[in-house]
Structures are given as structure tokens and as C-alpha cells.
Design a protein around this ligand. Structure first.
Ligand SMILES: C[S@@+](CC[C@H](N)C(=O)[O-])C[C@H]1O[C@@H](n2cnc3c(N)ncnc32)[C@H](O)[C@@H]1O
Length: 215
């Protein structure tokens, strides 16, 4: 296993740079980061989406916008600090729910989500429970559900793309398309794609970027 070196973060007592980052993401993230990313996923309106490792609901508003009032976004995080923040920020939104806990044990039915989204999360899941955790997320997806990932790949922050691919393969995830640059991996299971801004034309599966139709 290639495990990038990195000290673990205590997400229940986040250090101030993380708190500051959250405030900035809250202010500008929807417009500059999460909105464009989520729109690129092509989530259908009315869909059920699992926001895995939701943090302080940084991407949840963009997901809610994508699925519309008929859809539903379930935010899950193991950090009490961040799920409380998410709860406050999503208060009063009827089709958003926030669950604190470990996806392996939460009372969420299998085969119930159209898509799961994990943004900068998998590398933060402790290595000894990563495979089980990814497998649990995949179990929550409907048979044709999609798993969208966005992970950092830097040695100082993130994990090796080979490890990410191995985890997904072991969980039975069939990679439809991905773009692995030097700093991040954007990949997906089963239906959708993360189109690269640099790729003008669609390219075939196995290439670095592009859009693939379901076979
Ligand atoms: C870097 S933050 C990303 C938060 C958010 N997705 C974003 O992009 O702003 C990583 C999040 O993953 C959560 N996390 C870590 N391990 C987890 C696990 N096993 N299950 C669910 N969430 C987890 C942390 O508590 C933290 O909120």
C-alpha cells in the first residue's frame, strides 16, 4: 500500500486554519468551488444524494440546488463539531437531513441513494477503516447509483491515486471516468463523469479526462 504521510486532524476540535477555511468556503465556496463541481456531475432533479463527510455543509447547498425540492440530501459526518455546524446551516430546509455517526453503523437502508458525493474525505478516514467505510458508502447506493469523489493527491495532504483506485475496485466500484492531475483526483462510479475543463472533446474510458456515456 502506498500511504501518503500526513498527520491526522482532530475534526471534533478543528484547528483554526480549518475553521477559517470553512468560513471562506461558506462565503465563496458555492460560487467558486462546489457549485461548478456539483453542476458538472449532472445529478438529476428529484434524486437522493448522500453527502458523505459533509463537514459544515460546505457542498450541501449546491447539492440541494441540483436535486431541487423533490430531491433529498443526507449529510453524514463523524465529527460532532461539523455536523452541528451543518445542522445549523441547513436548519429549516425540509429536504436536507444531517446524521452524526459512522456510515458503517448508521441506520440508513442499503440501495437507497442515487448518488454519493465525497469531497476531500476518503484520505481523512483512518486507513484501518477506509476499505470498510468505502464499501459501506457503496452499499447505500442503488444498483445504478453513482459515487463521485474528489480527493487531494499531494504527499503532504491526500492519498495516492493507486490506493484510491484499489479501494474503489475492492468495493465493487466500476470507474467510468476520472481525471487524476498532480494535485487531485476526480472520479466517479457507474454513471457520471467529471469533465475536465482542459478536455474540449469527449475521450474514451481509460484516458485522463473526458465524458463517458453509460454502456
Ligand atoms: C476536509 S473535511 C471536508 C468537508 C467537506 N466535504 C468539504 O469539502 O468542505 C473532511 C470531513 O470528513 C469527515 N470524516 C472523516 N472521517 C469520516 C468518516 N469515517 N465518516 C464520515 N465523515 C468522516 C471529517 O469529520 C470532515 O468533516
Amino acid at each position: 500500500m502506498i500511504e501518503n504521510s500526513r498527520r491526522r486532524i482532530d475534526f471534533d476540535n478543528p484547528p483554526w486554519p480549518l475553521v477559517l477555511e470553512d468560513k471562506l468556503k461558506r462565503l465563496l465556496g458555492g460560487l467558486l468551488i462546489y457549485g461548478p463541481y456539483v453542476r458538472s456531475l449532472g445529478l438529476g432533479s428529484g434524486g437522493r444524494v448522500l453527502d458523505f463527510g459533509c463537514g459544515g455543509a460546505t457542498e450541501a447547498l449546491s447539492l440541494l440546488e441540483a436535486v431541487g425540492p423533490a430531491g433529498r440530501v443526507t449529510c453524514v459526518d463523524t465529527s460532532k463539531h461539523w455536523i452541528d455546524k451543518a445542522l445549523k446551516r441547513l436548519a429549516g430546509i425540509p429536504n436536507a437531513e444531517c446524521l452524526h455517526g459512522d456510515i458503517r453503523r448508521l441506520d440508513l437502508p442499503d440501495d437507497s441513494f442515487d448518488a454519493a458525493v465525497a469531497i476531500h474525505v476518503i484520505h481523512d478516514v483512518p486507513p484501518d477503516i477506509r476499505a470498510d467505510t468505502v464499501a459501506a458508502v457503496v452499499r447505500k447506493l442503488k444498483p445504478k447509483g453513482a459515487f463521485f469523489l474528489w480527493e487531494p493527491l499531494k504527499k503532504s495532504h491526500g492519498m495516492a491515486v493507486e490506493d484510491l483506485r484499489r479501494l474503489l475496485a475492492e468495493a465493487g466500484v466500476h470507474e467510468i471516468s476520472s481525471k487524476a492531475g498532480k494535485k487531485s483526483f476526480k472520479g466517479a462510479d457507474s454513471v457520471q463523469i467529471v469533465p475536465s475543463k482542459k478536455c474540449k472533446k469527449p475521450v474514451n474510458k481509460g484516458k485522463d479526462c473526458g465524458e463517458n456515456k453509460r454502456k
